[in-house]
Design a protein around this ligand. Structure first.
Ligand code: C2E
Ligand code: MG
Ligand code: MG
Length: 684
C-alpha cells in the first residue's frame, strides 16, 4: 500500500471480498485505541458486528454498498473500548471490481467526527430544550430562516389559531399572510427596527386570522440568532403569545371610558373626540355642523315618582328615539343624567336641521311605555352651528348650552338656535352672579310685603315677604332673574337666612300692631333644603328665642320639593311643622305633582298659581280646575290662597268657588314696610 494510505490523517482500510479487514492505516488503529495494526485487525475480524453500537449498522452498510457500489457520509456511533467508550465516525467506502465485474475488495475511510457531532447534538438539544421551555409557558414558537422563507412553527403555535399540526405549511407566509391588514405596516416597521439593530429584540402586537375566521390578538417576540457576512439576518427565533384576553380587557376599559353603560352611547369624552374629528372633516369639506343639546323635561319627576329603574328604562328609550332621528354619520352622546348631545354632520342649512329638530321633539313627546304605565315627557333643545356661531369646540358647546337654557325658559318642548344676544344674556348672568356675592354685605337687599287677603271678610292677617335687590348700577333686579343665580351659586343659603330673620323681626312688630295671629310667609328654595346650614339654629328655635310663636311664620315651598324622596327633606319639613310653622305650597298646578302627593306631608296652605287665576272666566276650564283644587284641598284639611288676583271678576269667581284667601294687584302690590303699614291703616 502506498505511503498516502499510511499517512492519511483519517482512517483508511481495505477488506477481502467477504468483508474481512486486511489492512488498516495507523490513523484508524489509533482512532480505535490500538497500538498496532495487527491488534486491531484481530479485534475487528473476531467480532465485526460488535463494533457498531447499533449492531444493525453493519448490515445496512453492506446492503447500501452492494446496491450502490459506494457510500459516503455514513455516520454511526461505534465502540472504542480503549478510548472513551464510544466515538462517532463518518464512513465512506466503495467496492472495487475487475473488468468482468467480479468483486475484488472493499476499501474505505473512517473519520472520527465525535467532537463535531457532539457539539452539533448539544446545540440541537439545547435549542430543543429552549423551545420546550418557551412552549411550556403556553406560547407558540417559530423558527424562521429569513432569506429562504422557510419557517417552522411549534404545535402550540398552530394551535393558537385553531390549526392542527399538519395544517400549516413550513413557510413564513403561512401565518404572516394571515395578519390583519391594519397591522401589517407596523409589524414590518418593528421587524425592520430589530433587523437594523435599533432594537435588541423584536416585539409587535398584531391580529391573525384564525382557522374559524375570527381574529386573534398575539404578542410576538423574537430575535435574530444568526446573520450572514453582510450582517443580513439569516435566522430568527421567537414566540407568539395569545393576548386576546388582555386586549379584550383593554377594549373593555376603553369602552367604559368612552361609552355610557346605560344607553351604550358615546359619553362626554368620546363626544369630544368625535366633535374634534367632525370639525376637522367639515373644515376640509366646507360643510356645516349642528350641535344639539337635548334635555328631557320633567325627567326628574319620573325618576322620583316611578323609581330609578323606570327612569333608566325611559332614558334608554329616549336615547333610541334620538338616535333614530339622525343620520348614520351623526353622533348621539349621553352627557349624563337626562342630557344628550347630538352632532349633525349631514344636515345642511337651517331647514334640514329644523326638520330633524321637529322630528326629535315629536318623537320624544309621544308616550313612553314603562311597564304598565304610560309616561309623557318632552324635550328642550339648544342648537349651535359650526362655523356660523363659533369655531372653537368649547365655544360651540357653551353656545348650545345657552340656547338650551333659552328653550327651557321659553316653556320647554321646543328648540332654540343660538343667537349672539343669548351670549349677552349669559354674560349678564355671569356678571350678576359676581355682583350678587357682594349684595348681602353691602345691604342691597330689601324685603317687600304683599298682603294676603281673607276673601270672605276682606281682612288682612297675612303677608308674603318678597325679596328685592337694588343693584348699585342696574337698579331693581327681578327675583325671577337673580333667585336662579343665587340657587346655582349656593348664595341662596345665606340670602334665605337673612330673609327669614328680617321677616321674623317684622312679624314680631306687626303681631303687636295688627294682632297676635299675624303671619308672614317666606319663600324657601329647594336648595335651602338640600344644603342646610348645619351650624344654623332651626327656624323654630330662632323664633322661640325671639319670644315668637311658630305660627307667626309660614314657609312657602314648591311642588318639586314634595316629590323629593330624600328622607332628610321630609325630616326638615316635619321639624318646621313640629315648631308650629305653617307650610304653604307655592305655584300649585305648574309642577308635576297631583293632590295625592300632598298626603305625604302635612300642608297648611295651597297657593293656586297665577297662571290659572289670570284666565278665570265663568265656565272656563281654569275655573273648573280651581274649583277642583279648592274642593280637594278642603277635603284634605288645607286652605287655599289664589295668587295673582288682578280683577274683581277673578275675585268674585274665587269667592264663589270657596277660595279662602286672595293675593294680587287687585288688593295691593308688594310694598316696602312703610307703604305696607300705610295700606294696613286704610284696610278694615
Ligand atoms: P312667588 O313666591 O310665586 O311670588 C309671587 C309673585 O307674584 C311675586 O313676584 C309677586 O310680586 C307677583 N304677584 C303678586 N300679585 C300679582 C298679580 O296680581 N299679578 C302678577 N302678574 N303678579 C303678581 P316677585 O316678587 O317678582 O317674585 C317672583 C318669585 O321669586 C316668587 O314667586 C318666588 O318664587 C321668588 N322669590 C321672591 N322672593 C324670594 C325669596 O326671598 N326667597 C326665595 N327663595 N324666592 C323668592
Ligand atoms: Mg311665594
Ligand atoms: Mg307663586
Amino acid at each position: 500500500m502506498s505511503t498516502l494510505f499510511e499517512f492519511l490523517p483519517i482512517g483508511a482500510y481495505r477488506t477481502n471480498p467477504s468483508g474481512a479487514v486486511l489492512r488498516a492505516n495507523s490513523a484508524l488503529v489509533r482512532m480505535n485505541g490500538y497500538e498496532t495494526e495487527a491488534q486491531w485487525l484481530e479485534a475487528i475480524n473476531t467480532d465485526s458486528d460488535a463494533w457498531y453500537v447499533d449492531p444493525r449498522r453493519r448490515k445496512e452498510l453492506r446492503e447500501m454498498l452492494d446496491r450502490d457500489g459506494a457510500i459516503i457520509n455514513f455516520v454511526s456511533e461505534v465502540q472504542s473500548p480503549r478510548r472513551s467508550g464510544q466515538i462517532w465516525v463518518r464512513e465512506a467506502a466503495h467496492a472495487v471490481r475487475d473488468a468482468d465485474g467480479t468483486l475484488l475488495y472493499y476499501e474505505g475511510t473512517i473519520e472520527d467526527i465525535t467532537a463535531n457531532h457532539l457539539a452539533q447534538l448539544a446545540l440541537t438539544q439545547s435549542e430543543e430544550r429552549w423551545k420546550l421551555a418557551l412552549e411550556s409557558t403556553g406560547d407558540g414558537v417559530w423558527d424562521w430562516y429569513v432569506q429562504t422563507g422557510v419557517e417552522f412553527y411549534s404545535r402550540r403555535c398552530k394551535e393558537i389559531y385553531g390549526f392542527a399540526e399538519d395544517e400549516v405549511a413550513d413557510r413564513s407566509d403561512a401565518l404572516d399572510g394571515r395578519t390583519h391588514p391594519d397591522d401589517v405596516a407596523q409589524m414590518q416597521r418593528d421587524r425592520e427596527t430589530h433587523f437594523t439593530g435599533k432594537a435588541e429584540t423584536y416585539t409587535n402586537e398584531h391580529r391573525i386570522l384564525c382557522k374559524d375566521g375570527s381574529w386573534k390578538w398575539v404578542l410576538t417576540r423574537g430575535m435574530v440568532i444568526s446573520r450572514d457576512a453582510q450582517g443580513q439576518p439569516l435566522r430568527m427565533i421567537g414566540t407568539h403569545t395569545d393576548i386576546s384576553a388582555r386586549k379584550e380587557a383593554e377594549a373593555q376599559v376603553w369602552k367604559q371610558a368612552h361609552f355610557d353603560a346605560l344607553t351604550g352611547l358615546p359619553n362626554r369624552r368620546m363626544l369630544r373626540q368625535r366633535l374634534d374629528n367632525a370639525i376637522r372633516r367639515s373644515q376640509q369639506s366646507n360643510q356645516q355642523l349642528a350641535i344639539l343639546f337635548v334635555d328631557l323635561d320633567h325627567f326628574k319627576e319620573v325618576n322620583d315618582t316611578l323609581g330609578h329603574d323606570n327612569g333608566d328604562l325611559l332614558l334608554v328609550q329616549a336615547a333610541q328615539r334620538i338616535f333614530d332621528c339622525v343620520g348614520v354619520n351623526d353622533t348621539v352622546a349621553r352627557m349624563g343624567g337626562d342630557e344628550f348631545t347630538v352632532v349633525l354632520c349631514e344636515a345642511q342649512g337651517s331647514e334640514q336641521v329644523e326638520a330633524i329638530l321637529h322630528r326629535m321633539l315629536g318623537s320624544l313627546a309621544s308616550a313612553f311605555p314603562l311597564g304598565a304605565e304610560q309616561v309623557f315627557v318632552s324635550a328642550s333643545i339648544g342648537v349651535a352651528l359650526y362655523p356660523q356661531n363659533a369655531t372653537l369646540v368649547e365655544e360651540l358647546l357653551k353656545h348650545a348650552d345657552q340656547a338650551l337654557y333659552v328653550a327651557k325658559g321659553g316653556g320647554r318642548n321646543r328648540f332654540s338656535f343660538f343667537t349672539p344676544s343669548m351670549q349677552e344674556t349669559a354674560q349678564l348672568r355671569a356678571r350678576l352672579a359676581a355682583d350678587l356675592r357682594l349684595a348681602l354685605s353691602q345691604q342691597q337687599f330689601e324685603l317687600v310685603y304683599q298682603p294676603i287677603v281673607h276673601l270672605a271678610s276682606g281682612g288682612v292677617h297675612k303677608a308674603e315677604a318678597l325679596l328685592r335687590w337694588h343693584h348699585p348700577q342696574r337698579g331693581a333686579v327681578s327675583p325671577a332673574q337673580f333667585i336662579p343665580i343665587a340657587e346655582s351659586t349656593g348664595l341662596i343659603i345665606a340670602i334665605g337666612e337673612w330673609v327669614f330673620q328680617q321677616a321674623a323681626q317684622q312679624v314680631a312688630q306687626w303681631r303687636t300692631r295688627y294682632g297676635v295671629d299675624f303671619q308672614i310667609s317666606v319663600n324657601k328654595s329647594p336648595v335651602q333644603f338640600h344644603r342646610p346650614d348645619k351650624n344654623q339654629q332651626t327656624w323654630g328655635a330662632q323664633l322661640q328665642s325671639m319670644g315668637l310663636d311658630g305660627t307667626s311664620i309660614a314657609v312657602e315651598i314648591t311642588e318639586g320639593l314634595l316629590l323629593d324622596t330624600n328622607d332628610d327633606v321630609a325630616q326638615q319639613l316635619h321639624t318646621l311643622r313640629a315648631a308650629g310653622i305653617a307650610i304653604s305650597l307655592d305655584d300649585f298646578g305648574t309642577g308635576y305633582s297631583s293632590l295625592t302627593y300632598l298626603q305625604r306631608i302635612d300642608i297648611d296652605f295651597i297657593k293656586i298659581d297665577q297662571s290659572f287665576v289670570c284666565n278665570l272666566k265663568p265656565a272656563s276650564t281654569d275655573l273648573a280646575v280651581c274649583k277642583a283644587i279648592i274642593l280637594l284641598a278642603h277635603d284634605l284639611g288645607m286652605r287655599v290662597v289664589a295668587e295673582g288676583v288682578e280683577t274683581a271678576e277673578q275675585r268674585d269667581l274665587l269667592v264663589a268657588a270657596g277660595c279662602d284667601f286672595g293675593q294680587g294687584y287687585l288688593f295691593a302690590r308688594p310694598m316696602a314696610v312703610a307703604a305696607f303699614e300705610d295700606y294696613m291703616g286704610r284696610t278694615p
